[in-house]
Design a binder for this molecule. Structure first.
Ligand SMILES: Nc1ncnc2c1ncn2[C@@H]1O[C@H](COP(=O)(O)OP(=O)(O)O)[C@@H](O)[C@H]1O
Ligand SMILES: [Mg+2]
Length: 156
């Protein structure tokens, strides 16, 4: 079976500015343990963007987190797992709002994170799990060993 999630590595993160750093460390450790160092740089960039967004969204909706059973208003979570030839990164937050790919003006400082995700991930999206909140996910292909050179490659 190649379509079953395996080796899921879960991490709770505080709604705090240092959490993107811990998410990057987590992703590095997981990919090193899978001997996929070639994906570390790209996966760290992706998880940074998703966790940063989740922290902002979660912090903006404290009431939403309190309404979700077993959710901690001060925590989000992420996980990383393999599904066949794909690495999946997921980040959960309690916010009912949805990710929107912005069209920033050249002078704008914000609004480019999801553009990066679109560029670097094989695919991305979001869904609403039953307990509540939202999971934003993105995928990276696991290229065969001979294609591992040059990690950050625009996918489209
Ligand atoms: N996890 C999320 N929950 C709710 N809204 C989100 C989430 N991620 C992104 N968004 C929305 O999508 C927009 C674009 O995200 P992004 O491209 O990362 O830009 P920025 O974070 O700089 O605003 C955000 O401004 C926000 O409105
Ligand atoms: Mg962002």
């Amino acid at each position: 079976m190649t379509d079953v999630a395996s080796s899921t590595q879960y991490l709770k993160l505080s709604v705090f500015p240092t959490s993107p750093y811990y998410a990057r460390v987590h992703v590095r450790r997981v990919l090193e343990s899978w001997h996929r160092d070639d994906l570390i740089e790209t996966a760290q960039l992706l998880v940074s963007e998703l966790v940063s967004n989740a922290i902002t969204a979660h912090a903006a909706c404290p009431e939403a987190a309190k309404a979700i059973p077993h959710a901690d208003p001060d925590q989000i979570w992420m996980d990383v797992y393999r599904m066949g030839e794909t690495v999946v990164l997921r980040v959960w937050d309690a916010s009912p709002l949805t990710p929107v790919v912005r069209d920033p003006h050249p002078d704008d400082e914000n609004g480019r994170g999801l553009h990066l995700v679109e560029l670097l991930a094989t695919d991305w999206g979001y869904y609403r799990p039953t307990p509540g909140g939202k999971i934003v996910w993105c995928t990276l292909a696991l290229p065969p060993p001979e294609e591992r050179e040059g990690t950050i490659q625009p996918h489209r």
